[in-house]
Ligand binder design. Structure first.
Ligand code: MG
Length: 337
């Protein structure tokens, strides 16, 4: 049996992404049930990426699981589903995650173990500091981030240096900067990065517009900090475009259409000497637990999605002393509360 249900995540505090403040995120929760086993999946659909409850419903309604006798044949089934329509990467990810969960539970093994990865080989997650309205809001957010080891700070406007200076008055913790395509030209980007490098900033994500591949290559050649592609890449086929133009890539299940392709992306990026970040959207512990299975292949974790919401219906990956705990349970390691 295949079921899906629209759900809306409530953010603990409003925080802004790419300049727009919002306090909810639409998701679609998916369940695949067979042989007494239920696999859970999730599509997270922040509006700026173009998917919605309506588009996910249309896509998921076109899937006929009655065609498949053996749900463990993930390669075949997921290739079919990918071919049903272009795009719809989050909806595809929901099915991919639910099938992985089902097949892993059927085998009684966690996915990191199926992939021969050591689940103790985990990473600290960064915790997001948005573009706060004023200095007081920024200071409150930094206080809230106290349990976490690394701050991920959204930059990309005229207040950039002031934002980092305010944080540095409060803490010396490592900072990762996410510019969300916010810097207009490469000279400004390089100058700002050199300033940031002197202030214990560890990396810079997507400094300029995603189409500016040549400008990113110019910057990557000169930057004292690793430059990581986020908006410039979605799926496996996109990595070729950014090879040499960035030091690394941010892989998110909602962009890659799920765990199967995310793993291929991580392996290819490593093969090519690129750094791997495992990131997320605002998500429940379902998609976060699925993504956590890949952490032993990664250099950086940015899996704070479930920490930012008030109505998580799942229990799975947790964060203890700032470190992501990859769940040991079978499949993706989640239970529904
Ligand atoms: Mg980003």
């Amino acid at each position: 049996m295949f079921r899906f249900q629209p759900y809306t995540l409530e953010l603990r505090h409003r925080f802004s992404i790419a300049g727009s403040s919002r306090s909810t995120t639409p998701v679609m929760l998916v369940e695949i049930e067979k042989d007494g086993i239920t696999g859970y999946g999730e599509a997270s659909m922040p509006p700026y990426l173009g998917e919605s409850h309506a588009s996910a419903r249309t896509f998921l309604s076109a899937i006929d699981f009655g065609r498949y006798d053996n749900l463990s044949l993930l390669e075949d089934i997921l290739r079919d589903i990918d071919g049903l329509a272009p795009g719809n990467n989050a909806a595809k990810a929901a099915v991919d995650i639910a099938l992985h969960d089902w097949a892993g539970k059927k085998a009684g093994v966690a996915w990191h173990a199926i992939w021969n990865l050591d689940g103790r080989h985990t990473l600290p997650t960064s915790f997001t500091i948005g573009m706060e309205a004023d200095r007081d809001a920024l200071r409150r957010k930094v206080e809230e981030a106290d349990p976490y080891r690394i701050l991920k700070v959204k930059l990309g406007d005229e207040r950039d240096r002031q934002t980092v200076s305010t944080i540095r008055e409060m803490t010396d913790k490592p900072i990762r900067v996410d510019v969300n395509q916010g810097w207009g030209d490469r000279e400004h980007a390089l100058e700002t990065i050199e300033w940031l490098a002197a202030r214990n900033v560890g990396l810079v994500e997507q400094p300029m517009a995603k189409e500016k591949i040549d400008d990113h290559a110019w910057l990557t050649e000169r930057s004292p900090l690793p430059i990581i592609a986020d908006e410039s890449i979605q799926r496996l086929g996109d990595i070729r475009k950014v090879r040499g133009a960035y030091h690394g890539i941010n892989i998110k299940l909602m962009k890659s259409a799920g765990m199967r392709e995310a793993r291929s992306m991580a392996l290819l990026a490593r093969e090519w000497g690129m750094k791997v970040m495992i990131g997320c959207m605002t998500e429940t512990s379902c998609a976060i637990s699925a993504a956590s299975q890949l952490l032993p292949l990664a250099d950086y974790a940015d899996l704070d999605g479930a920490l930012l919401i008030t109505n998580d219906p799942f229990r799975g990956a947790t964060v203890v002393d700032g470190m992501v705990q990859i769940p040991e349970g079978p499949g993706i390691g989640v239970t529904k509360m």
